[in-house]
Each structure stands twice: as structure tokens, then as C-alpha cells.
Design a protein around this ligand. Structure first.
Ligand SMILES: Nc1ncnc2c1ncn2[C@@H]1O[C@H](COP(=O)(O)OP(=O)(O)OP(=O)(O)O)[C@@H](O)[C@H]1O
Length: 293
């Protein structure tokens, strides 16, 4: 549904995107990750037809977002970082105005319901919180029943409950076949929602692939408070110690935990605060060169 091949985009002499390639299959949720200024928004803006690429090819639903802009607009919903709303309009009126520019739009109530904004229908936009404004953005992005959704930091500024609701909406849309590309700084969000990802840094992809597959190959970790009088060297497995917490990285974290517990039991020691878990996207991120985080 989305194909990006050797995409390049510069602002004057500054190369913001330097030969990026990835694909997103229909109904897939794909996360574009990376620190500030990595080139994520620029990539999304090219995909949305707002920017013309300097090099490479980009296809959305088989169409060129720049030259087939009108056709692409009918198929995509876009939630960028800064939406321009009229502050004095109510939420419902804002959606109603937007409907006039949208082919075959959803009813106002349905769009508000999907975005979890029904109870704010009569509130003026200027009275919305930052997270509620993001939800209004989402309602507008969903108005045209898009096949492809571009979500640039969709849950920025949302409280945990609003964020969880948004995750549900996004997952449900994908389950019904909508293809979704999202950028986020919340690695937990990417891990919960997306099946594949690419991490960008300074305009290039530095890691990419299926999230489950990538993490499965990375083992996991066991963490616990180092018992008093025990040194890291006494333990049966190599650990790093930070602030009194020992962390053991292992291909099979369950087996490592067993080894450590057996060792501790044999000495009458407790491993308090024991935590055993598979690798997360955060671990993957922290393993990247410091410059790429
Ligand atoms: N219109 C512009 N003119 C000049 N430089 C720009 C412009 N837009 C973006 N840039 C620069 O291009 C680089 C990539 O920006 P981009 O917004 O794509 O990054 P990002 O990964 O989305 O960052 P963030 O996570 O902060 O949103 C940045 O260094 C930015 O300053």
C-alpha cells in the first residue's frame, strides 16, 4: 500500500532524507521512529503529497502522491503535528466544515465517536486541551474513510487513558483493513501497535524490520537488586550493576532467571525486585550508537 524507494529530500543544502526505502502492506501498522530531526515528518509529508521528493520514488495505493495528488487525497487521511483550527468554532462545527471538503464523509457524530470526542461536540476548539486537539485531528483524518492513514505523533500530549483509547481506535481501523503509518517518540506505543518499524537517524534508516521478529532475536533481561555483601563477580552469570540493580542480558531470560534463583537459594539469599522480560523496542533503541538515539 505504501512503497518508498531511495527517497531523498533536501531543504536548500540540508539533506533531511537521504535515500530511505521501506514498504507497508495493506492493513499493516508501520512505525517510523527516531529522535528529533531524524527526517520522519519530512518522509510523511512526501507520502502525503505536501512535499515533492528530490530523488527516489514513492507510491501510495499505487499512485504518485505528488503528481496524482487529487486521487491520493481521496484515499488517505492525514494527522500532522500542527493542525490549523478555527479557535472559535465548536468541535462539531469544525468537523462539519471539514466534511464539506471531503468526498463521501462519515457523519459528524461517527467521526467524533471514533476519536472519543462525543462529549466535547459543543466545546469551542480554543477550550480543548492539547490531547483533545490531537483527538480532533484524528476525527478529521478519519472523516473520509481513508484506506491509508498517516499519523504524525498521534498521541503527543494525551493522558494515559486518552492514549489507550487512541490505540484501540488505531488497532480497530487496521483490523478493518486501513493501512497505517505512524511516527512516535513513545516506543511502548510503537511496540503495542505496529507490526513493523524503521528507525531513522539523520535522514537514514539505521534499523528496520518486523518488530516481533527483530525483538525475538534479541533475547531479554533479568534484573534484581544485588543482595548485600554480594559482588557482581560472585554471580554465576555476567551482569552489569547500576545503582544497586544487577542486570543480566541473556538469549533466554527465563533460563537465566532460573540459574540465578538456584544460585541464590543455595546461599540462602533473596533476589528482591526480580524482573524477567523479553527485549523491548527501548532496549533495541538503547543498543543503537548513542548518536542515533
Ligand atoms: N521547511 C524546512 N526548512 C528547512 N529545514 C527543515 C524544514 N523542515 C524540516 N527541516 C529540517 O529537516 C530535518 C528533519 O526534520 P523532520 O521534521 O523531518 O524531522 P522529524 O524526524 O520529524 O523530527 P521530530 O521528531 O522533531 O518531529 C530537521 O533537521 C529539520 O530542522
Amino acid at each position: 500500500m505504501i512503497e518508498v524507494n531511495e527517497l531523498r529530500k533536501s531543504y536548500g543544502s540540508y539533506a533531511a532524507v537521504k535515500g530511505v526505502s521501506f514498504e507497508v502492506a495493506p492493513g499493516e501498522i508501520f512505525a517510523l521512529l527516531g529522535r528529533n530531526g531524524a527526517g520522519k515528518t519530512t518522509t510523511v509529508e512526501v507520502l502525503a503529497g505536501f512535499q515533492r521528493p528530490d530523488g527516489g520514488t514513492v507510491r501510495v495505493a499505487g499512485l504518485d502522491p505528488w503528481s496524482d495528488r487529487a486521487a491520493v487525497r481521496q484515499r488517505v487521511g492525514i494527522m500532522l503535528q500542527e493542525a490549523g483550527f478555527f479557535p472559535d468554532l465548536t468541535v462539531a462545527r469544525t468537523v462539519a466544515v471539514w466534511r464539506d471538503f471531503t468526498a463521501a464523509p462519515r457523519p459528524v457524530g461517527e467521526a467524533l465517536d471514533l476519536a472519543g470526542l462525543s462529549d466535547k461536540a459543543r466545546t469551542r476548539v480554543r477550550q480543548l486541551s492539547g490531547g483533545e486537539k490531537r483527538r480532533l485531528d484524528l476525527a478529521l483524518a478519519l472523516l473520509g474513510r481513508p484506506d491509508v492513514l498517516f499519523l504524525d505523533e498521534p498521541t503527543a500530549g494525551m493522558d494515559p487513558e486518552a492514549r489507550a483509547n487512541t490505540w484501540e481506535v488505531v488497532s480497530a481501523l487496521a483490523a478493518r483493513g486501513t493501512t497505517i503509518l505512524l511516527t512516535t517518540h513513545y516506543l511502548e506505543e510503537a511496540q503495542r501497535l505496529a507490526s513493523s518499524m524503521a528507525i531513522m537517524d539523520e535522514g537514514e534508516i539505521v534499523a528496520a524490520g518486523g518488530i516481533a521478529e527483530t525483538l525475538a532475536g534479541r533475547g531479554g533481561r533479568v534484573a534484581f537488586r544485588l543482595p548485600a555483601g554480594v559482588a557482581a563477580d560472585d554471580l554465576p552469570l555476567p551482569v552489569t550493576v547500576e545503582g544497586g540493580t544487577a542486570v543480566c542480558r541473556a538469549e533466554d531470560p527465563d533460563l537465566a532467571a532460573q540459574t540465578l534463583l538456584t544460585w541464590a537459594a543455595g546461599r540462602g539469599l533473596r533476589l528482591s525486585g526480580l524482573e524477567v522480560r523479553a527485549a523491548t523496542l527501548e532496549d533495541l533503541f538503547l543498543d543503537l550508537p548513542r548518536s542515533a538515539r
